[in-house]
Design a protein around this ligand. Structure first.
Ligand SMILES: [Fe+2]
Ligand SMILES: [Fe+2]
Length: 329
């Protein structure tokens, strides 16, 4: 499994760190071809009804993910095995619900982008491959939620409102910010799923869903990153500065939405608020926030979006790594 689909490019570039239109089209066309060569369907490639794949709250294979800070709280460890299994199932189901809600927004933004594209655009075809893949992911995630029989919630209502009323319209005039929004949702989930898959533990249906997702997300992430490599160097200084400030704010919100349990989750599972506070302030939570945002942070640096003000915001959001990220070269 590779983190990003890489495509061999001709050496010619428009300028430093700038992806030429020709190379961008090469990458996008390659991604389209890969989408045809390898893709999955929610009701063909997931063995929902095979023996051993049942989703049951008493299943002994249920446990919070190794990378989930909830798992390390003393409160969780002191619960009975039945309670821990139920929390683990609810946690995985709520991550899937939040995942498809995010993907729904992403699909709408991509379709709005496609709506304005001229003829002969390489993006038109790839966007439709991605939208189709995200539809299968959404069906796969919601099928899991339904079969868990737990009435989980996804994003909090105020964030749903913000996403629909603010983020989606922004896509029209600031596609660069929209593509960072895309990475803010895709990178943290991708990171969590890859780490959990390395454990080779847990419920096989969850692992199957994650494997499919990680494989196809590599293309989606590559598309978002290369769109940014093409677009951001063409922005003027003021636009770049504004973007450099907005990106860490957006990332700080997105990563927490994707990796932390919501207030509703805490209430539904009768987790005391003091325990929740302890979970989100734990070393495991800080490590997760730092590592799950490592790739967008490095991309922001590559694109010249790091300055004193934006660096301060990345640090404030605990999305930094003393060891390498902020070493000035
Ligand atoms: Fe997806
Ligand atoms: Fe995706």
């Amino acid at each position: 499994m590779t983190a990003e689909i890489t495509v061999e490019l001709p050496t010619e570039t428009v300028g430093e760190n700038m992806l030429s239109k020709e190379n961008y089209d090469l990458i996008v066309n390659r991604l389209s071809k890969q989408s045809v060569d390898k893709h999955f369907e929610a009701y063909i490639d997931v063995p929902w009804d095979e023996e051993g794949m049942e989703i049951d709250v008493n299943d002994e294979r249920l446990e919070c993910w190794k990378i989930d800070p909830v798992r390390y709280s003393k409160w969780y460890q002191n619960q009975t095995v039945e309670v821990r299994r139920r929390i683990a199932l609810a946690r995985i189901a709520s991550i899937m619900r939040t995942g498809w809600e995010f993907e729904n927004l992403l699909q709408r933004g991509l379709l709005a982008h496609a709506f304005r594209l001229p003829n002969q655009s390489s993006e038109f075809r790839y966007i439709h491959h991605e939208v189709i893949e995200e539809s299968h992911h959404s069906m796969m995630f919601q099928e899991f939620v339904n079969r868990s029989n737990i009435d989980v919630a996804g994003m909090p209502k105020y964030l749903k409102w913000l996403a629909e009323k603010v983020v989606l319209p922004i896509q029209g005039f600031a596609p660069q910010l929209f593509f960072f929004f895309v990475l803010g949702g895709e990178d943290p989930i991708d990171y969590m799923q890859r780490q959990q898959l390395k454990e080779n533990a847990g419920h096989p249906i969850v692992n199957r869903i994650m494997k499919i997702h990680v494989t196809e997300e590599a293309r989606h992430i590559s598309f978002a990153r290369n769109s940014l490599r093409h677009d951001v160097p063409r922005m003027n200084k003021v636009e770049k500065f504004v973007l450099s400030i907005l990106v860490p704010i957006l990332m700080a919100i997105m990563v927490r939405l994707m990796v932390f349990p919501s207030f509703k989750f805490i209430r539904d599972n009768k987790i005391p608020f003091s325990v929740y506070r302890e979970i989100i302030r734990s070393d495991e939570a800080n490590d997760l926030i730092r590592d799950a945002t490592a790739k967008p942070r490095k991309l922001a640096r590559e694109l010249g979006l790091m300055n004193k003000a934006s660096e301060g915001l990345w640090k404030l959001g605990k999305m930094y790594d003393k060891k390498d990220d902020f070493k000035r070269v």
